[in-house]
Ligand binder design. Structure first.
Ligand code: URA
Length: 434
């Protein structure tokens, strides 16, 4: 078997066998297949597509390219949650405590932000003292003791995805159904949970912009999760504007805390309750998602989920006083305000542009090596559908470098669209696939 023949076969639109897919994944992971041949195959896959069987084989080969985590030391049905990535998406920090407060053990591995999307690991690192790297034993003990632990993904989980994702990022091959599915699901299946709830983002701030494509992605991921023996549910949700009001690391953690205090924006609160309802259901702590929703709402209103967040922060070495004193977070020394240029209604806020503006203000990285400013980011004062008067503030950009916050503000201002007519309301939860 050789790589030339595999590339040629896919280029001609033929389906690859399990052996050919395994040959490619193991060879690329161990370095015996060079980037240029892997790039050629990725582009052939992008144009000729993979069928469902090939996608499953690719996912399995990537899952087994590294360690498969054993979470059997944790009691109960372990549930994982994964978002396909968006802007202002701090749901893990709300959903994790909600589900854990309802008795669902959450042992989660999360990623860092790259490009216009943020990552939970960066967000958590804005909490003073918080450790995102724990030994396996400490991780498992913490889940057994507190009910929740979130750590950075180790290099040993699906290493094929690490290499392939970096290559896709620079070869314009990210937004392919089979490649996204295998990337997400290989990590999820290697992470050891018994059930998975997927938040498939749809809109201009997501990899899948069109509803039909997002549904197809959700269906394929659910099929592959189930084929691997995991209960899997996908929820297709709106990402046509940023989620909540805050974008940027410490800003988003503060918004997650506010949400658990019952004072969060409506969209993030609703999405978190909805995702938690499915996690509680697949985690066998509720007989239906409806009952799961009721339990999650109780955990929110009683303050049980907020207490769970405090225990989680403390358990991972962070300072739980941040919950009542936001001045303990890294602070921004510069801010640039964005006033509205006209009267009207906000009819669109391009999520991707806001994500990029936040990145450029210092909150994100363009390459993996970039250092980020944990205090930087954007707070929106208006969302789609809100009325606005000329001169009223649309958003404020924070950071520690005035040139960068000014640049971020210029970009963020261009992301807002104002018109005379009030736009139709956006639907947040678009579809549930199970
Ligand atoms: N998230 C991932 O982990 N992989 C992708 O390919 C896209 C989103």
């Amino acid at each position: 078997m050789n790589m030339y023949d595999i590339i040629y076969k896919k280029r001609e639109g033929e389906a690859l066998s399990r052996e050919e897919i395994e040959f490619f994944v193991s060879g690329y992971t161990d370095g015996s297949i060079p980037d240029y041949q892997a790039s050629a195959l990725l582009m052939a896959i992008f144009f000729q597509k993979m069928d469902r069987k090939e996608t499953y084989e690719l996912t399995k080969a990537m899952k087994h390219s590294g360690d498969v985590v054993d979470l059997s030391g944790i009691k109960g049905v372990k549930v994982d949650k994964h978002s396909t990535g968006g802007v202002g998406d701090k749901t893990t920090l709300v959903v994790g405590p909600l589900a854990a407060a309802c008795g669902v053990p959450i042992a989660k591995m999360s990623g860092r932000g790259l490009g216009f999307t943020g990552g939970t690991v960066d967000k958590m690192e804005s909490i003073p003292g918080f450790r995102t790297t724990l030994e396996a034993e400490e991780f498992i003990n913490l889940v057994n003791r507190v009910g929740l632990s979130v750590i950075g993904q180790t290099a040993h989980i699906a290493p094929a995805d690490k290499k392939l994702y970096a290559l896709r990022d620079v070869t314009a091959t990210v937004d392919d159904l089979s490649l996204i599915t295998s990337s997400v699901m290989s990590k999820k299946l290697a992470s050891g949970s018994d059930a998975i709830v997927l938040d498939v983002k749809c809109g201009n701030g997501a990899f899948m912009e069109r509803f039909g494509d997002a549904c197809e992605l959700g269906e394929l991921m659910v099929e592959i999760g189930k084929a691997d023996g995991k209960k899997t549910i996908a929820v297709v949700t709106d990402m046509s504007q940023p989620l909540g009001l805050a974008v940027g690391n410490s800003l988003e953690v503060i918004e997650a805390i506010e949400t658990l205090k019952g004072k969060g924006p409506k969209d993030i609160t609703e999405l978190a309750l909805h995702l938690a309802s499915h996690m509680i259901y697949v985690g066998e702590k509720a007989a239906s998602p409806e009952e799961g929703y009721r339990l999650a709402k109780e955990a929110l209103e009683s303050g049980a989920a907020l207490k769970k967040l405090a225990a989680f922060i403390k358990g991972q070495g962070g300072d739980p006083n941040v919950i009542d004193d936001y001045s303990l977070f890294p602070q921004a020394s510069c801010r640039t305000e964005i006033p509205a240029a006209a009267d009207g209604y906000v009819c669109g806020i391009e999520a991707r542009s806001i994500g990029l503006a936040s990145q450029h203000s210092g909150a994100g990285r363009a390459t993996k090596e970039d250092r980020i400013d944990l205090a930087a980011g954007i707070v929106l004062h208006k969302k789609v559908g809100d009325a606005v008067k000329k001169g009223e503030l649309l958003a404020t950009v924070y950071g520690n470098d005035q040139t960068r916050t000014d640049k971020g503000a210029q970009e963020a201002a261009a992301a807002f669209h104002i018109q005379d007519q009030k736009p139709e309301e956006t639907v947040l939860i678009k579809k549930v696939i199970q």
